[in-house]
Design a protein around this ligand. Structure first.
Ligand code: PMP
Length: 408
């Protein structure tokens, strides 16, 4: 028995996709030129799948803050904050995030994934019950797996179904209900009806935890996310997020309106037993937070470009998974068609994400685009033209799919 035998079906699937061109899940960029352009070999490619919503990865202030932090504190923290100590900048960033969102408490983590893993697994103990959206991100699901609490799923974006399940479950003796949803969902780009979820949670005395990974910096009058946009931020118990999207760095955070959250720092294993974010990551995230506060025009440009792209694709008749948002997912009939089209777009100089099951809801195959405030109108027109030309390639690409499949 070979240790890798259990991956043979996955390998066969991966090998099939690779017959259409370069591995969509292993793209190598030789250089990132700026927020919207990368180079593969000698070809300049438009980056239309980066989650770099505000385009701040090349902001001069964020870059300078990062370089300065390396010069002052070195390249790494080489340990966890519990065992090896915090840097003043970790605490300053926590303070700034809490103040920005008007929350009582903030904890910074090494990634967004670890944030949800640590917080969900720890906040829900053996006597508690987790209620999560059926389309939850992998790190929410993994947080539930690590938690001692049972997990109940409710229908995606359905406060009514959550209500029904909370009623059906009845009283939780000696424990609490923790409801976990996302703000903007990462694959389809659809929004949660947050105010309605708040109402259901209040009716049942349940705690509400919202992952705003894709909505922090993007929505709300001060960029705090969709709960802020819906005017209910003060009614949400926990907001989590990542530094790897709008904040143009790497790391994560969880904010709470409860001061009591602070003690969980000494109970969360994915916080205690891993190295803290590096000085440069913290410094660039801190500088990006200032940009979110000072430059609402970044959000406005992002939404204008998202509307431009969404309208253009809808006019061409593409099947789009949700209303306009900085995530635009184009539904394709199956994985092989999507992979062929993904390759064709890359050859035309447009990089989007290929998203396939099990990473997608409803087993869908998607060409997923994430927008950036750094795009110009002209760059959106280039992406639109590529999608227009793609439609003209329908028969040729279909023949290619059939030929490769026939060859096995
Ligand atoms: N939550 C959601 C909804 C995400 O989409 C992601 C990553 N794409 C994360 C959390 C994890 O963030 P990170 O990349 O910082 O680990």
């Amino acid at each position: 028995m070979d240790i890798f035998d259990k991956f043979s079906a996955l390998k066969a699937r991966s090998d099939m996709v690779k017959k259409f061109g370069p591995d969509p899940f292993g793209v190598k960029f030789d250089e990132i030129e700026h927020a919207t352009r990368g180079r593969i070999g000698n070809r300049s490619i438009i980056l239309a799948g980066t989650n770099n919503y505000l385009g701040l990865t090349f902001d001069p202030d964020c870059m300078d803050a990062s370089i300065d932090a390396i010069k002052r504190h070195g390249t790494g923290t080489t340990g966890s904050r519990i065992a090896n100590g915090s840097y003043a900048e970790h605490l300053d960033l926590e303070d700034a995030l809490a103040k920005h969102a008007g929350m009582a408490s903030a904890i910074v983590f090494s990634t967004g994934y670890q944030t949800n893993l640590a917080a969900i697994a720890t906040l829900a103990g053996p006597k508690d019950v987790l209620f999560i959206d059926a389309d939850s991100h992998a790190c929410i699901i993994d947080g539930c797996r690590l938690s001692a609490a049972p997990t109940i799923r409710f229908r995606h974006n359905s406060p009514a179904d959550l209500d029904k399940r909370l009623i059906r479950h009845g009283e939780i003796e000696g424990g609490i209900a923790l409801v976990v949803i996302e703000g903007l969902y990462s694959m389809f780009g659809d929004r949660a009806p947050i105010a309605e979820f708040v109402d259901v949670c209040q009716k049942h005395g349940a705690y509400l935890y919202i992952d705003e990974a894709h909505s922090f910096g993007v929505f709300g009058p001060t960029g705090c996310g969709l709960a802020e946009e819906e005017g209910v931020l003060d009614k949400v118990d926990f907001i989590s997020g990542t530094f790897s999207k709008s904040l143009a760095s790497i790391g994560g955070f969880c904010l709470s309106k409860h001061k009591g959250f602070e003690i969980t720092r000494k109970a969360m294993r994915a916080y205690m037993f891993t190295a803290s974010p590096t000085p440069s990551n913290i410094a660039s995230a801190r500088a990006a937070l200032d940009k979110i506060a000072e430059k609402p025009e970044l959000r406005h440009n992002l939404h204008a470009r998202a509307a431009q792209l969404h309208n253009g694709l809808a006019e061409m008749g593409y099947d789009l998974c949700a209303a306009a948002s900085p995530i635009i997912a184009v539904r394709r009939p199956n994985e092989l068609v999507a992979a062929t089209e993904w390759n064709w777009l890359l050859e035309e100089g447009v990089y989007v994400n290929l998203a396939v099951p099990p990473g997608t809801p409803q087993s869908s195959s998607l060409l997923r685009i994430s927008l950036s405030a750094a795009y110009t109108e002209d760059e959106i027109n280039i992406i639109l033209k590529a999608f227009k030309d793609l439609q003209g390639q329908g028969d040729v690409l279909m023949a290619r799919v059939q030929e490769i499949m026939a060859a096995g």
